[in-house]
Design a protein around this ligand. Sequence first.
Ligand code: SF4
Ligand code: SF4
Length: 206
Amino acid sequence: MSAELLVEHARAVRAYGRAHGRALDVLGYSPACGGCRSARCCTNDSPPLSRPEAEALAHLARVRADLADVPAKVAAQIGLLRETAAPGRGLRDRRGEFPCPFLSPDRRCRVYDHRPLACVQAFSESANRCAASTDGIGGWDIPVEVTAGIIRSAVEIGGKPVRRALAFAPTPGDGPPPLVIGLALVLSDETRHLVAAATVAAGGAR
Ligand code: SF4
Ligand code: SF4
């Protein structure tokens, strides 16, 4: 991804985040993510990733010294997926086993300006409930699933920059891969080959 496109992506993500927050207010939601201490959505759910989002994140992982650990983390997770694969049991059936490689030890997102749209959209109305829930205890409705109405409202509020952000996002129905797989597919030949092996072992790793 070019430097210009990277800047445009960050601008679109910020614009979407602002409009999304205002849309939640307008629609009567009370997001509690400002008080989040658990980062449960970053440790339990591997967000879907579009190709442009994967390329932006892979670029950052290659050039930022503070993200030098990411390629090895991705390779380790894909290796684990391959070693422990069972037919029909993909990443999305194994919540909690694959924390986001961009999460810092103090549970912050290290790529906030370039986080996937699915991460921007994730929210909960109870940070405590998020923190208390594990592997489905407390329900899978954490975070709240973004609705077409929320997205429509964000577009109405944010206009063109928000539409631009949506253009970077996965297209609904195109079966976007979870973050770790999407990233591995663009990071290097080595991680791409690991994904291929894991996918064969699982009979479909997604
Ligand atoms: S959805 Fe839950 S875990 Fe994710 S940031 Fe919000 S409060 Fe934290
Ligand atoms: S990219 Fe950032 S916000 Fe998204 S799951 Fe990873 S750490 Fe969390």
